[in-house]
Design a protein around this ligand. Structure first.
Ligand code: NAP
Ligand code: NAG
Ligand code: NAG
Length: 318
């Protein structure tokens, strides 16, 4: 009996320890305010994007919610204004699954807004399928749409320097790979339906985010614009809404024990957006509000450059 109690106590103790060390998550401690500054948060209507937008609005920013659904975004705008007491929150239509929509968003934004100080590339999907442009959905939304968006807004970011680009990646990038042959032939990161396939494509798209930030940092040297990629933690959001039932059942026990809330999920984004004097770390990957070294494949100069060029071609920028 006492051995059983001991084992139970040890288990609980271990859980508390692991939770404290790895799960609870660091907090953004920056006191920076952003009055007079303009911020874009893509996918700011729910999950991590919404809690990020609320925090930035509280700090005084003019917040542009770049979202695909008018109803969902307008409901979020009302909520963010109420939570933050700042009425400088506006919705602008952006569907990252459409290159045409990205171009028209950028055009409207550049015409209507005077500044851009922070671009938070937050939107993401976990869903297989194709876009209207014939591209694989996760490649298009998680990577290419943001690639085009960032490029179309770069001049404005430079004009408002010091400014920052923050890219939401994921720990999943560790399992990703970039298959250029597959991209060229199929406009997809990998094809075929097999168990775990969707997760692998998601991972590939998140590896693209890390590589892009790496390449962009180089291209932006000396401009006063810096960029960061990050893993927000394992956060309870709507991200897995379109995953398979099997995947949901398998991940349930893990999420029940270890998953954090969206406010915690916004902390590393806020750190990258606001923390003073992290400019020398431009191009790096952050987690738990601190930089973290990535595997060689996620800082491979040649692959990052090639992905940049392939992406330019897909967007018609080259
Ligand atoms: N949650 C986690 O544990 C976790 C872990 C690692 C990385 N991340 C990353 O964190 C970021 C935020 O995800 P989340 O967990 O907060 O997920 P979420 O709750 O599903 O929010 C995703 C947001 O992206 C938007 N979005 C999706 N497709 C879009 C499109 N085509 N055009 C414009 N917006 C689009 C969604 O809009 P709708 O509401 O209209 O669908 C929503 O606002 C993602 O990049 C994700 O990969 C999350
Ligand atoms: C994804 O899930 C949402 C919410 O459950 C649903 O409304 C939407 O139709 C799904 N999309 C696809 C393409 O399955
Ligand atoms: C993030 O990285 C660069 C800019 O830092 C951008 O071109 C790329 O498309 C972005 N990707 C996402 C999805 O965040």
């Amino acid at each position: 009996m006492s051995a059983l109690l001991l084992a139970l106590a040890a288990t609980v103790g271990l859980y508390v320890l692991v939770y404290r060390l790895c799960v609870r998550g660091a907090r953004c401690t920056s006191q920076t305010t952003v009055h007079g500054k303009t911020v874009i948060v893509t996918g700011g209507n729910t999950g991590i994007g919404k809690t990020t937008a609320i925090d930035l609005a509280r700090r005084g920013a003019r917040v542009i919610l770049a979202c695909r659904s008018k109803e969902r975004a307008e409901a979020a705008v009302r909520e963010i204004i109420q939570e933050s007491g700042n009425n400088q929150v506006v919705y602008m239509q952006l569907d990252l699954a459409s290159l045409k929509s990205v171009r028209s968003f950028a055009e409207t934004f550049l015409k209507q807004e005077a500044r851009l100080d922070l671009l938070i590339n937050n939107a993401g999907v976990y869903l297989d399928g194709r876009t209207e442009d014939g591209l694989q959905m996760m490649f298009a939304v998680n990577h290419l749409g943001h690639f085009l968006l960032t490029n179309l807004l770069l001049e404005r970011l430079k004009a408002c320097a010091p400014s920052r680009v923050v890219n939401l990646s994921s720990v999943a990038h560790n399992w990703g790979k970039i298959d250029f042959d597959c991209l060229n032939t199929h406009k997809a990161l990998r094809i075929g339906t097999y168990l775990g396939g969707v997760f692998m494509i998601y991972s590939d798209s998140k590896l693209c985010n890390v590589l892009f930030t790496h390449e962009l940092a180089k291209r932006l040297q000396g401009t006063g614009v810096t960029c960061y990629s990050l893993h927000p933690g394992s956060i309870k959001t709507e991200l897995l809404r379109n995953s398979s039932t099997l995947f949901k059942v398998l991940t349930k026990p893990i999420t029940a024990l270890f998953v954090k809330d969206p406010v915690t999920g916004a902390q590393t984004t806020l750190h990258c957006a606001l923390q003073e004097s992290i400019e020398p770390l431009s191009g790096q990957y952050f987690t738990n509000c601190a930089p973290m070294k990535v595997k060689p494949k996620a800082r491979d100069d040649a692959v990052a450059k090639k992905l940049w060029e392939v992406s330019e071609k897909f967007c018609g920028l080259a």
